[in-house]
Design a protein around this ligand. Structure first.
Ligand code: ADP
Ligand code: MG
Length: 743
């Protein structure tokens, strides 16, 4: 839906959602030239829109139905919720003569010429001339679209609508690969399709063989006939309080708005509903968790005092605040469900160790689950250093340790001899049982799904262990509320003292020599360097080979005077250990690595992070990689080597050089990639949002969240009559979430 706002902003339309009509329930009469059943269906009639196939429309046969199925459109319900991806204001069109370079515009005109030009072998340009009666002709151009010429030959003298970015140099106006559609409807005897012109026109997500015209027609027919049968999910009091349009008016408004104000009101209501359902799910989950029997740790202060004494540094104010929030949770009888957010390097591990110290000193066990073996092993070292000084036995359980060792660890965990066990997914296997699990810490949560969280906490036996989730990459607050809405949130918003800010430079591939020379100087001053090799998507094996080749190239040809280490995912567990160890004790000055070092790896003397072909990485990854340096007292650098080919790639390099603020980076990442692709969202079982935009709809989200928690407080099972449609919407969402996490 971001697209929509963009379009509206381009037209200078002011959005005034408050001014929108609300409470409208009567469908408006609209015209359509598709034959539809003449009697409209109302909510009181028992008709299941989820079971009514699209073939009920006379214009839709089996073949068309197959095509529509590719868009996920099987039923009337699917169609009603297939929202436009953008809108065109076709009440008035731009004039070709007045178009400006760089503008995005919609024009309508007559096709006056079509030609194919072979520019060179394998490169054919199709050029279509479009005349709108203004003083200029626009050229529409496509490369290697072999069927285009025949298509336009058939449209000679006919009107088409064109939408796209304008290229203008003096008199020449060009649309390169624009979106377009024919305007004159042949099948209807050349008459004008009233849904496609003279109004705000919806543009739907579509696929080959499915025209916009068809989608508009069936969407309109579905609304005319069946909108009345869509149940009103939102109780009236909510609609009144939040000034939300009724469902029928909203569906009309999102498909065929008469004004942009109406569109915004419709979208706002549909977004609210989506977010409300999601928040209800989270509110229920949270209430269930609160009802569980947890551990009330009776002594939190003396373990904390003891822990602070053995720590070689003192906690920052932010760490102290978060530790007290955790301690209060742990002292209470209900299970803790807390998320700790903090930028890379903010010292989340120390906070987790404080919690583990509390658990163990009160006679319970604690576990720390990390997403990779390297990280688990590093945590093991850190946790051992601190907690073994308190006499606590700390063990490691990862998949690749020898079977005998694993069996011994499992034994000690089951008997209670182990106080803290650090590990990977291996911890959630059935064969692992605890004598008395009181605390589960999950690091870098975005790599684990909700189900894995549950598998770990299920190991507490009769009691629900306290849960502490730590995220490495900060995420925007709105997303926190959507993905982790069932958790309490603590934020470590301060870095340990004495950190020098990391300087980030973006260099072209051609400047690699000078980058290497700069690196050489820093190594001579005693620093160490990470070099991250280009991302290879094909396979882990190929990735490992690329890293190996880069390492030997650097060792032989660039830095023969230094020792170069190598770390990648295909090494054995011992091999990884050895590489990390050699780097940590500075036996190697350069560590060539893949993204296995992305999370958590902590070597304070490493002051330079060189990332080759940096534009192949996502922002969250780049931020994590950069977070590997700047952990000691030395000035640190992150060098991005990249010649990005796409606008996105350039944007990512810019963001990285402009800021080190993880929250800002996360927001940019979300903006560039969209919430669907944003890390963790899929695994978290968050359903795809159709109307809501988690970045933009912060206010709606807050309203929906407040309302959801209030509703659950008053009617915890949504059993009342007025909540009955909300209940079925929540049930549906729950099933969808379960399917997506199981998959
Ligand atoms: P992250 O939040 O990225 O997991 P870590 O827990 O790995 O950060 O901590 C980063 C580094 O900062 C570690 O070397 C850790 O020992 C150190 N550290 C953590 N807290 C403090 C503090 N209060 N003062 C000094 N150093 C700290
Ligand atoms: Mg960490």
């Amino acid at each position: 839906m971001t697209k929509v706002t963009g379009d509206m902003a381009e037209r200078g339309v002011i959005l005034a959602s408050d001014a929108a009509r609300s409470g409208e329930t009567e469908p408006r009469k609209r015209t359509s030239n598709l034959a539809v059943p003449s009697v409209a269906v109302t909510a009181s009639e028992a008709i299941s829109l989820e079971k009514t196939p699209l073939t009920v429309f006379s214009g839709v046969g089996a073949k068309t139905a197959d095509l529509l199925a590719r868009l996920g459109l099987l039923t009337i319900a699917d169609l009603l919720y297939h929202f436009p991806r953008r809108y065109e204001d076709r009440a008035k069109f731009a004039s070709i003569a007045e178009l400006q370079d760089g503008q995005t515009a919609t024009v309508v005109g007559v096709v006056t010429g079509v030609e194919n030009r072979v520019l060179r072998k394998q490169l054919t340009l199709t050029k279509v001339s479009l005349d709108d009666g203004s003083r200029r002709i626009a050229s529409l151009t496509w490369f290697n679209q072999y069927r285009m010429k025949a298509t336009f030959d058939a449209l000679m003298g006919k009107r088409i609508v064109v939408y796209g970015a304008v290229k203008r140099a003096y008199a020449a106006v060009e649309f390169s690969q624009p979106e377009w559609e024919p305007l004159d409807d042949e099948s209807a005897g050349g008459s004008v399709d009233s849904l496609s012109i003279g109004r705000i026109v919806p543009i739907y997500p579509s696929t080959e063989g499915v025209s916009q015209r068809l989608l508009r027609k069936i969407a309109h027919a579905a609304l005319s006939t069946y909108a009345g049968a869509v149940p009103e999910t939102l109780p009236e009091v909510l609609r009144e309080n939040r000034n939300l349009t009724g469902i029928i008016a909203s569906l009309w408004g999102i498909h065929f708005p008469e004004t942009f104000t109406e569109l915004e009101a419709a979208r706002r209501r549909l977004a609210y509903e989506e977010l409300l359902v999601l928040q209800l799910l989270l509110a229920e989950r949270r209430q269930e968790a609160a009802g569980e029997l947890g551990v009330a740790f009776s002594d939190v202060s003396s373990p904390l005092r003891e822990f602070r004494d053995i720590l070689p540094f003192s906690l920052t104010d932010a760490q102290n605040r978060v530790v007290s929030e955790i301690a209060a949770d742990m002292a209470a009888p209900r299970p803790m469900n807390r998320l700790v957010q903090g930028d890379v390097g903010s010292g989340k591990t120390a906070v987790a160790m404080a919690a583990m110290a509390i658990a163990v000193r009160n006679g319970y066990q604690a576990t720390l689950m990390a997403p990779t073996e390297i990280l688990a092993e590093q945590h093991l070292r850190g946790v051992r250093n601190a907690l073994e000084e308190m006499g606590i036995r700390v063990d490691l359980l990862t998949g690749s340790r020898p079977a005998k060792e694993k069996a011994a660890v499992r034994e000690r965990v089951a008997s209670g001899e182990t106080g803290v066990v650090v590990g990977t997914h291996a911890l959630i296997q059935d064969s692992v049982t605890f004598r008395r699990l009181g605390l589960a810490v999950i690091d870098e949560q975005h790599r684990f799904g909700v189900l894995q969280r549950a598998a770990l906490t299920g190991k507490g036996g009769d009691v629900m262990p306290d849960v502490l989730v730590m995220t490495a990459t900060p995420i925007p607050r709105t997303l926190t509320l959507t993905v982790y809405g069932d958790l309490d949130v603590s934020i470590i918003d301060q870095l340990p003292p004495g950190r020098k800010p990391i300087k980030t430079h973006w260099k072209k591939v051609a400047d690699k020599e000078s980058v290497y020379n700069g690196v050489r100087k820093l190594i001579q001053e005693g620093r160490q360097v990470f070099v991250v090799c280009p991302l290879v998507e094909e396979s882990e094996k190929m990735q490992a080979r690329a890293a190996t080749e880069l390492a030997s190239h650097l060792a032989q040809h660039v830095f023969p005077e230094f020792a170069v280490g190598l770390l990648h995912g295909q090494l054995t567990s011992d091999g990884k250990d050895a590489a990390m160890h050699a780097f940590r004790v500075a036996e190697t000055q350069i560590l060539v690595a893949t993204t296995v070092i992305e999370v958590g790896v902590d070597v304070p003397n490493a002051a330079v992070m060189v990332i080759e072909d940096a534009d192949r990485f996502g922002l969250a990854q780049l931020h994590q990689l950069r977070g590997r340096v700047g952990r000691g007292a030395h000035a640190s650098y992150c060098i991005l080597i990249a010649d990005p080919k796409t606008a996105d790639g350039i944007a990512r390099m810019r963001v990285m050089t402009e800021t080190t603020d993880g929250f800002r980076i996360a927001e940019e990442d979300l903006r560039l990639r969209g919430p669907g692709e944003f890390f963790g969202v899929r695994q978290s079982g968050l359903p795809t949002l159709k109307a809501a935009d988690v970045l933009r709809d912060v206010e709606i989200l807050k309203e929906a969240r407040d309302d959801a928690f209030l509703i659950i407080e008053q009617d915890s099972h949504l059993a009342s009559r007025e909540n009955r449609f909300l209940k079925s919407a929540v049930e549906k969402q729950r099933r969808a979430a379960q399917i997506s996490t199981a998959g």
